[in-house]
Design a protein around this ligand. Structure first.
Ligand SMILES: [Zn+2]
Ligand SMILES: [Zn+2]
Length: 343
């Protein structure tokens, strides 16, 4: 086996350097995975721009990956070399109250690959053996790499308590919004999804949106009221994370309804009408990452119940990671998910 590997190392503010670094050694309970596909994420851009509290350079970015087991560390007996896997990129303490209660996504010492630990934008990456999952045969490495960004929306949707026939508003047609929409639709609810980018609304239609709306052209609150007999939506899912859209959720939801905040930005969001939360007895929920959600997502992918291909807009080789992040920074037209492929 090789002893060094190519890696895209975030070295400083807006500086990624391709370096030849030592192949890491899996410790007890860990595996070394040869990366076959690794996707770029908004949090990579945030880290690159110095706006992510968990990403400190120098670090190899990347937390959305699939690959082949290259080596098992001591004590790993349920996996073997050449197994095809999807990585749940977490490292947890296994000792805190959250870990002991099974809610490992709330671990007091939660670490992500590509954030506090070296990630998958390299030829090899380390993963915890208890956080890897077998890649279904009929799911490509590229699609499988999107299990991670598809899992946070599943975790969030499962927390919303959506029921057959509900009317749900999703704000934002990013990757998160698109996965969220597909899960909500599969729960038998109607979805109105919004975004100011017309190309994204077209993809939303392809993915089965009941209604799409461009808030720069049509008044969202009036449209929601018109479609719900004046009541408002049973559930509003905010998948952008800016104060303007966060503030709007309260006026879109019906009395007794639910607001889910998956959108996240490092900036403080100051405007949220808490008196209406009380007076309309709203349920306001947050959602962090995923916890035991990867198996369901992989099953849905294997069954063809969640579409991935329309969400992948670009493919680049490892050497062009920085270029991909720059494309995200420029918010290039037509850009959704960039997958780094290794062949
Ligand atoms: Zn991500
Ligand atoms: Zn813990």
């Amino acid at each position: 086996m090789k002893t060094t590997m190519k890696a895209a190392v975030l070295k400083g503010l807006e500086t990624i350097v391709m370096e030849e670094v030592p192949v890491p050694e899996p410790k007890s309970g860990q595996v070394l995975v040869q990366v076959k596909a690794s996707a770029l994420c908004g949090s990579d851009l945030a880290g690159y721009s110095g706006h992510h509290s968990m990403i400190k350079w120098p670090v190899i970015l990347g937390h959305e990956a699939s690959g082949i087991i290259a080596k098992c560390g001591p004590g790993v007996d349920n996996w073997k070399e050449d197994d095809l896997v999807v990585i749940e990129p977490l490292f947890t303490c296994r000792k805190c109250q959250a870990c002991l209660s099974g809610k490992y996504n709330l671990c007091a010492d939660l670490k992500f690959a590509g954030h506090q630990v070296n990630g998958s934008l390299a030829e090899y990456v380390i993963a915890e053996s208890r956080f890897i999952h077998r890649k279904p045969e009929n799911v490509s490495f590229e699609e499988a790499a999107l299990t991670e960004p598809a899992s946070s929306p599943l975790h969030a949707v499962e927390r919303c308590g959506i029921r057959l026939g509900d009317f749900v508003v999703i704000i934002g047609c990013g990757v998160t919004g698109f996965f969220t929409m597909q899960y909500v639709l599969s729960k038998g609810a109607e979805v109105l999804i919004t975004d100011p980018a017309e190309f994204k609304l077209k993809i939303a239609e392809e993915l089965g949106a009941t209604y799409t709306l461009n808030p720069e052209k049509v008044n969202l609150e009036e449209r929601v009221k018109a479609l719900t007999g004046g009541m408002g939506a049973g559930c509003v899912i905010e998948a952008v994370g800016i104060s303007e859209t966060l503030a709007s959720t309260v006026s879109l939801v019906k009395r007794g309804g639910t607001i889910m905040l998956i959108g996240y930005s490092e900036k403080e969001s100051e405007s949220f009408d808490l008196s209406t939360v009380t007076l309309a007895e709203l349920t306001v929920l947050g959602s962090l990452a995923y916890c035991n959600d990867f198996p369901a997502v992989l099953k849905l992918m294997s069954m063809g119940k969640v579409k991935i291909k329309p969400i992948i807009s670009h493919r680049l080789p490892l050497e062009r990671v920085e270029e991909g992040i720059q494309m995200m920074k420029r918010e290039e037209e037509g850009l959704l998910k960039i997958v780094i492929s290794y062949d």
